[in-house]
Design a protein around this ligand. Sequence first.
Ligand code: TXA
Ligand code: MG
Length: 339
Amino acid sequence: MQTQRLILTGDPAHDDALIRQASAIIRAGGLVAFPTETVYGLGADAFNPSAVRRIFEVKRRPAWDPLIVHIISREQLLLLIDELPHQADALLQRFMPGPLTLVLKRSERVSDLITAGRDTVAVRMPAHPVAQALIRMSETPIAAPSANRFGRPSPTCADHVLHDLGGEIEAVLDAGETPVGVESTIVDLTTTPPTLLRPGGVSLEALEEVIGTVRVFAEVVQEGQPLPSPGTSPRHYAPQVPVLLCAPEPSVLYGAVRDALSQHEWVGVMRPEGWRIPSHRRVIAFEWGRWGDWEGLARRLFEGLRWLEAQQVHAIVCPLPPAEGLGRAMRDRLERASA
Ligand code: TXA
Ligand code: MG
């Protein structure tokens, strides 16, 4: 199969025609990768079981890992759940559309494939105009995991999608880089208090302002234990090379790169602007951005990991951001990548 790359230009008439073409593929049971404000998703009609099954096949994703359903409206939400809890309503008003996913008690209409047999469903209303137009024109909720091969870093541009899934999906809507760069925050509202399953684009502090105390799901999970969210398994966002984390100090990074050079031939570095690293022909740096600009760094995190991997380095050295704002989401992904 040849994957069509549908390149959006910003011209409304042109883009509309391409998104309509993509929605026709969704309606016919095909798979389309599309941009959201967080990362690219791999979409299928949530009410077409054979299309949903194909998502798992092309991603090589195990059937026990449930999918997020993307919606455009409250009406679509009510197709997926029987009852809208008060806290969900409050979060909906404050953060949706936006990079937030709610885990709610599901209705009977949602297939077991999507929920992996659970009695809950994860729903999200993306803020990206292309995602919104695609769902609207498809006239159905769209089930979509991140559009990467299972276990790889999420894709933040169409090239990443094509690298992992090219030739296996019908099309990718290419709208350039995604603005947030890390996946949505996932909060489970079926527990008391609610549980943060994955830190992401909406900060814990912002959530707690609206719904009060949120329990943070314990970071370290024993291998083989049942997981509240399968994506919380220790090794999830894994590039193919080891990621070596270090404390966020220029001198510590310098030393960590030198240590890595004694163990590995080619060493990649996620380098914050202005931080000195050993100049050595076996060191390759990704110019990550200004330390402290957590939004800018989050936008380029997966791009950097993928780029260094493509340079065929044998290890990646990376300073670990603090747990504030989007720093918490980056820490989470990096700790899993290094597990
Ligand atoms: O930003 C995002 O959330 C992106 C874009 C495409 O929307 N999507 C994304 O999907 O990251 P995915 O499948 O890569 O990660 C979704 C996570 C998985 O770890 C899955 O286990 C968890 O959500 N999840 C899905 N349904 C769940 C449920 N009913 N209960 C608990 N966790 C669930
Ligand atoms: Mg994913």
